[in-house]
Design a protein around this ligand. Structure first.
Ligand SMILES: Nc1ncnc2c1ncn2[C@@H]1O[C@H](COP(=O)(O)OP(=O)(O)OP(=O)(O)O)[C@@H](O)[C@H]1O
Ligand SMILES: [Mg+2]
Length: 515
């Protein structure tokens, strides 16, 4: 007596029982399978003496099951007997199937004889190489034209599915992969036979959105389709998931997967270029605004400066001619103070419009920063602002006008102090990076509202009380830095602080960048 497992796979339980009976009588144990997925699972889990396999079984058809078993080293030794009703119509494709024996389904007596013949041969160690795979029981069968046509259609669609450029994956209602085409296997870099029978979660474990879509589509009573784009390793995949509805229920789902990595990279590049373009456009707009304002202001400044000088002169004459206890003296002092403030604004404007002759020299910016910090150290102490200096390594000299550069530093430092009325920290860092030397002024102050960031370089934009700010510090600083071929960048978060970064080209330059 034998005690060996024979796996019988057929969609019909009664057929399995009838031929199983023949084998039980011979002393074999029967293991039943009703779909291709069942067969693939069973051969992985338990030893099998041989497999009797129908070609037309659900989920994974018999021909593919046979191929996967033979391709896998762990199962390739298991003899496969195709027991099929369509063998007569498949006779020219037996080589593609690659089984060890073929038996045509026919009258029970004939099948019994053929099954026993095969089992005996297997006991004797005979396999395909010895038998040349004859089809047992074929003599009594004739090919059927309709079945043949049908199988031809199936092969046609099979060829389309195999050669499609998009990856196609079919899963059943339990999310088990039942089919995947070569393009799909290539996208997921895993052989087809390893994926069939696995849960789709094995591919999309890190993507909750896919699980959610599957849940929705599975519950849907109607045909539905959803799209998702996701990153898979270093790829970007565009996936369309559709439910396969049969008799009002979702029997499975179809994934059409497109590798859109190239397209995505192009979009990212274009977005970056667009961002740069917008930035350049904003800078051009700013420059145009400054030019227009500059012309207007230059005329007004001259017109106002002359009468202001007279007002100040006469006020000072009157003040000098008055008694110390004259009641009008305090009013006149107010007039003098206001006129002086107006003249300071005019002076700032003139500075901004005509910063004076440039004296360009190669200088060490760290030394210049240290000199500047000496000037503001008193204010830092009284306002409880800690100054942290971080000078990053040796950096080549930069070509600037030292006086104007100092003015820029003072403007930025004063702004930082104004932003920290309750004290804080001002970190000054220099970094030599590529073509530029960057000097960052980072404060822990009030920060700048996001809607104001685009305005802070506009002349006269100020959030400070009238007596304190004219709104010319930053536009003047930007103009000076641009004159040296540099830029000023700003990052700020309201309530947390701001960082102003001055970037100056490094090394010796011959050309004069002044506007
Ligand atoms: N470090 C900073 N933190 C917070 N806000 C800032 C900072 N630097 C500049 N600002 C904002 O930008 C505005 C414009 O600054 P800008 O230096 O041009 O003018 P101002 O400081 O107001 O006046 P001025 O410098 O002419 O005395 C400021 O009023 C302030 O609102
Ligand atoms: Mg300022």
């Amino acid at each position: 007596m034998h005690s060996k497992n024979v796996l019988i796979a057929d969609s019909s339980p009664s057929f399995i029982d009838s031929i199983g009976q023949i084998m039980v009588e011979e002393g074999y144990q029967i293991v039943k399978a009703y779909s291709g997925i069942d067969v693939l699972g069973i051969v992985k889990q338990q030893p099998c003496h041989c497999v009797f396999l129908d070609l037309m079984i659900p989920k994974v058809d018999g021909a593919r099951v046979c191929r996967y078993i033979k391709e896998d080293q762990r199962s390739s030794h298991i003899p496969i007997v195709i027991l099929s009703g369509t063998i007569a119509e498949n006779i020219t494709h037996l080589d593609d199937i690659g089984a060890d024996f073929y038996i045509a389904k026919g009258p029970m007596a004939s099948m019994r004889k053929d099954i026993l013949t095969v089992l005996r041969q297997l006991e004797g160690g005979v396999t395909i190489s010895d038998t040349k795979a004859p089809v047992l029981g074929i003599d009594a069968l004739f090919p059927r034209a309709v079945t043949k046509d049908f199988l031809q259609y199936q092969r046609h669609y099979e060829a389309m599915f195999t050669t499609m450029g998009e990856g196609v994956i079919e899963v059943d209602a339990d999310f088990t992969i039942v089919r995947i085409n070569p393009a799909g296997a290539m996208i997921f870099e895993t052989p087809e036979r390893k994926l069939v029978g696995c849960s789709i979660d094995a591919l999309f474990s890190g993507h909750r959105e896919v699980r959610e879509i599957l849940g929705r589509l599975l519950r849907a009573k109607d045909y539905g389709s959803e799209k998702v784009t996701l990153r898979y390793n270093d790829k970007v995949l565009r996936i369309v998931i559709t439910n396969l509805i049969e008799s009002g229920y979702t029997e499975g789902l179809l994934f059409i997967v497109q590798d859109v990595t190239d397209l995505f990279q192009k979009i990212e590049e274009l977005t970056k270029i667009n961002r740069e373009l917008n930035k350049t456009q904003a800078q051009l707009f700013q420059a145009a605004k400054l030019t227009a304002l500059g012309e207007l202001a230059a005329n007004i400044t001259h017109e106002i400066n002359t009468p202001l000088t007279s007002v100040l002169g006469y006020v000072s004459l009157l003040l000098n001619s008055m008694d110390d206890n004259d009641p009008r003296k305090s009013d006149l002092t107010i007039i003098q103070g206001e006129a002086l403030r107006a003249r300071n604004i005019i002076k700032g404007l003139l500075n901004f419009l005509y910063p004076g002759d440039l004296h360009l020299h190669a200088i060490d910016l760290k030394e210049l920063l240290k000199e500047t910090l000496l000037l503001v150290s008193h204010r830092a102490k009284s306002q409880k602002v800690a100054i942290v200096e971080r000078y990053g390594g040796a950096s080549p000299p930069v070509v600037v006008d030292a006086f104007q550069m100092k003015q820029v530093f003072i403007n930025l430092i004063n702004n930082a102090f104004d932003a920290m009325p309750e004290g804080g920290t001002l970190s000054i860092t220099t970094i030599s990076e590529g073509a530029y030397l960057s000097i960052c002024f980072q404060d822990t102050g009030v920060g700048i509202a996001s809607e104001s960031i685009s305005e802070i370089f506009d002349p006269f934009f100020t959030t400070k009380p009238k007596s304190k700010g004219t709104g010319l510090g930053l536009p003047l600083s930007l103009k000076i830095v641009k004159g040296f071929g540099g830029v000023i960048e700003v990052e700020s978060e309201e309530g947390k602080g701001s960082t102003f970064t001055v970037k100056i080209p490094q090394g010796e330059r011959k050309e004069n960048f002044s506007e």
